[in-house]
Write a protein that binds this ligand. Structure first.
Ligand SMILES: [Fe+2]
Length: 400
């Protein structure tokens, strides 16, 4: 995210002695991507950012997956799920996550967060957390982000943070094994969002002020690469002093939020394909949102999609609000996921095509993830499946 910000106290010249009021040196940390060859920020700590006093294993939630075999489209009902840990009185946004779908590039999980998480750092990739409902804050080493329904919370890899829900928060978490950012075609060669992009830098909200905390022997949960399911394992690192000790930072790498209401839909005379709805991309996957919008204005246009075989992709739709026109008659509702895998042509339930002709406005809100590698089902995906969905286009299923 090549968009410069500066917060708190930073020295006039980088890599020079920078002292606090008591004369103590600040400790400079460069947090950068792709070695030293991409976006970065410089953070100024009161304590030593590498001073750990303990390292223990942290057992990650169940990340095992099951192949989508025999192949079929799936309907998963996320609102039927209980969050991990919720039976003993509460769940948090990190340890309460349950895996819905995943592959070697991205994992989609779901949690209803009701209590503060511990300090956490994803060392595998960026996180894009869509807030279905709820509000609260995310404290980070860069400062505090407020979040509300409709926000995407983008947390760069290795950002130490914790979630503090002000009310129960339904969080749809998209964890990449890569960085997540705006589509490259919307960026100038220097990284500015271009005029034809459906949003601009003004719509991105970063931390407003630095966030300092005191303490000793502070645990941070670190998700990192290893030999567990999905190639991931967890470690609990204990820091001698509180990691939230950054008095200032500047650069182009930091967490931010973007609210789906600020996405300006691109519409057309006839049906526009999913890339116009794209909001972010990671390696081997994209994130799109289908927002309330005026639809096609050709007199004979069919506003719902044509049947399509996106032969290189698995497609995951998460239905957030409104009334998704193309899925009428399928049993899908708010809180549902549909998985339409590669190798299978999908499109509207037949009755939805006729019903959409003449429509001028779609009141729908859905978040889509398309992946280039096939997705497998996590334990939570298997636990909330509606088995009748695959047969809803034909109106009948296998003869038993
Ligand atoms: Fe599709």
């Amino acid at each position: 995210m090549a968009y410069y910000r500066s917060l708190g106290e930073v020295p006039k010249t980088r890599h020079t002695a920078f002292r606090g009021p008591d004369g103590a040196l600040r400790y400079e940390e460069l947090m950068g991507e792709e070695g030293f060859s991409s976006d970065s920020s410089l953070l100024y700590h009161r304590g030593v950012p590498s001073a750990i006093v303990d390292s223990r294993a942290w057992q990650l939630p169940d990340l095992s997956t099951t192949a989508n075999h025999p192949l079929k489209p799936r309907h998963l009902k996320l609102h039927d799920l209980a969050s991990a840990g919720s039976t003993d009185g509460g769940s948090d946004a990190v340890q309460g996550r349950r895996l819905i779908l995943g592959n070697a590039d991205v994992r989609i999980s779901y949690v209803v967060a009701t209590e503060a998480s511990q300090l956490y750092r994803n060392a595998v990739g960026d996180e894009c957390v869509y807030v279905e409902t709820g509000s609260g804050t995310v404290e980070t080493v860069f400062g505090v982000l407020a979040y509300r329904a409709g926000d995407y919370v983008i947390l760069p890899r290795a950002t130490t943070h914790r979630w503090l829900p002000a009310e129960p928060s339904r969080l749809y978490t998209i964890e990449g094994n890569s960085h997540i950012g705006p589509p490259k075609r919307y960026l100038s060669r220097y990284g500015q969002l271009l005029e034809h992009a459906p949003y601009c830098e003004r719509d991105l909200t970063g931390p407003a002020e630095v966030h300092l905390a005191e303490g000793q022997d502070i645990d941070v949960l670190v998700k990192h690469r290893g030999n567990g399911p999905g190639g991931l394992v967890g470690t609990r690192l204990t820091y001698a002093t509180h990691p939230f000790d950054v008095v200032g930072w500047d650069g182009c790498l930091y967490p931010y939020t973007f609210n789906v209401e600020d996405f300006m839909p691109i519409t057309g005379k006839v049906h526009q394909p999913p890339p116009v709805h794209q909001v972010f991309e990671g390696y081997n996957f994209v994130v799109c949102n289908f927002c309330p919008r005026k639809v096609d204005y050709h007199p004979d246009s069919i506003p719902v999609p044509y049947y399509h075989s996106n032969v290189d992709s698995d497609e995951v739709m998460f239905y957030v609000a409104g009334d998704y026109e193309a899925r009428k008659g399928s049993g899908i509702g708010i809180g549902s996921i549909s998985l339409h895998p590669g190798g299978y042509a999908h499109g509207p339930q037949p009755s939805a095509i006729e019903a959409s002709i003449g429509a001028e406005y779609f009141d729908e809100l859905a978040v889509m993830v398309d992946t280039f590698r096939p997705l497998e089902l996590g334990e939570a995906g298997l636990a909330c499946e509606d088995p009748a969905y695959a047969w809803t286009w034909a109106g009948r299923g296998p003869v038993v």
